[in-house]
Design a protein around this ligand. Structure first.
Ligand code: IPM
Ligand code: MN
Length: 356
């Protein structure tokens, strides 16, 4: 089993280091190879996703990814910015299905910005389409405006588009996932305004007929944003496009009080996957040894389960994480009165110990 390890920028290196320690402790035959990505790759090779890194990722069974980005790259041309590395990996590996669970761990109920009763027991799964939509739609660019309110003015444009097969396959992923959970899918769209999302809604409805055991409902994205903060526990699986999924998954993550706890998986049709924490590179705390490595450690568990067929090992990691939380160990992002504040490495140590 080959794993491409791409730590990236900021806290990426620190948190991935802890996840790699955990993986190494499992006595599995894992072959791990590390490469530069994001700003770190730009600094060394002049490109955020060098050929060698992409090749390594393509040839691996799974990619363990840290985070990319730093303000210092904000002035670079778009194709050279660190974010292009993750977009390029998604596109080149065909990672169309993004799983973003938002689980409120019992021990962290108090850390949420919502009232405890609204989030206690929260367990929702956002499934975000990841290789289409306005993120990748062509044409895009800048030009002199040919029409509209200010003809002749400077203008920028992007294109929102989805093909039927792209919607069909992500819908199936959502229904299959719901079958293993509470058998409810909420498809989020903006069909009242956008053609793209009228097609989305029509296709999801059709695919839903193949899954009579799963209850399907549709929600406009603005209402979904409202319902997420009003009654988040009403959701089970949420399926949506790339852009809406980006926004809603950040909102959902915050409900759990701990974006530093949430893993994610991005899969292609052969179950090759990229696994990364749901949070970013946090340049403000990089190098300080205080970042929470648990989202990355839990991403490694998802990797074992989804791409490497090692469910038992994944269970062991997840149980170990529960155990350290129960012991009251907390990195500063989730630290509160009555718990013990630890750093990144100490958290890694504790998980290793809890693995037994
Ligand atoms: C995410 C991030 C990325 C996205 C950025 C870094 C390109 O926000 O993974 O959610 O917008 O998809
Ligand atoms: Mn995002």
């Amino acid at each position: 089993m080959k794993i491409a390890v791409l730590p990236g920028d900021g806290i990426g290196t620190e948190i991935v280091e802890q996840a790699v320690r955990v993986l190494n402790a499992l006595d599995l035959k894992l072959e791990m190879e590390t490469a530069l990505v994001g700003g770190a790759a730009y600094d060394a090779h002049g490109h955020p996703l060098p050929e060698a890194t992409l090749k390594l990722a393509k040839e691996a069974d799974a990619v363990l990814f840290g985070a990319v980005g730093d303000w210092k790259y904000d002035k670079l041309d778009r194709p050279l910015r660190p974010e292009q590395a993750i977009l390029g990996l998604r596109k080149n590996l065909g990672l169309f299905a993004n799983f973003r669970p938002a689980i409120c761990y019992e021990q962290l109920v108090g850390a949420s910005s919502l009232k405890p009763e609204l989030v206690a027991g929260l367990d929702i799964l956002i499934i975000r389409e990841l290789t289409g939509d306005i993120y990748f739609g062509q044409p895009r660019g800048r030009r002199v405006s040919p029409d509209g309110h200010f003809p002749g003015a400077e203008e920028a444009f992007d294109t929102m588009r989805y093909t039927r097969p792209e919607i069909e396959r992500i819908a199936r992923v959502a229904f299959e996932a719901a079958r293993k959970r509470n058998k409810r899918v909420t498809s989020v769209d903006k069909a009242n305004v956008l053609e793209t999302f009228q097609l989305w809604k029509d296709v999801v409805t059709e695919i839903g007929k193949e899954y009579p055991d799963v209850e399907l409902d549709h929600m406009y994205v603005d209402n979904a944003a409202m319902q997420l903060v009003k009654a988040p526990k009403k959701f089970d699986v949420v399926v949506t496009g790339n852009m809406f999924g980006d926004i809603l998954s950040d909102a959902a993550a915050m409900l759990t009080g701990s974006i530093g706890m949430l893993p994610s998986a991005s899969l292609n049709s052969s179950n090759q996957g990229l696994y990364e924490p749901s949070h970013g590179s946090a340049p403000d705390i990089a190098g300080k040894g205080v970042a929470n490595p648990l989202a990355t450690i839990l991403s490694a568990a998802m990797m074992l389960r989804f791409s490497l067929n090692q469910a038992a090992a994944a269970d062991r990691i997840e149980a170990a994480v529960q155990k350290v939380l129960a012991q009251g160990l907390r990195t500063p992002d989730i630290h509160s009165e009555g718990t013990t504040k630890v750093g990144t490495r100490e958290m890694g140590d504790a998980v290793l110990k809890a693995l037994g």
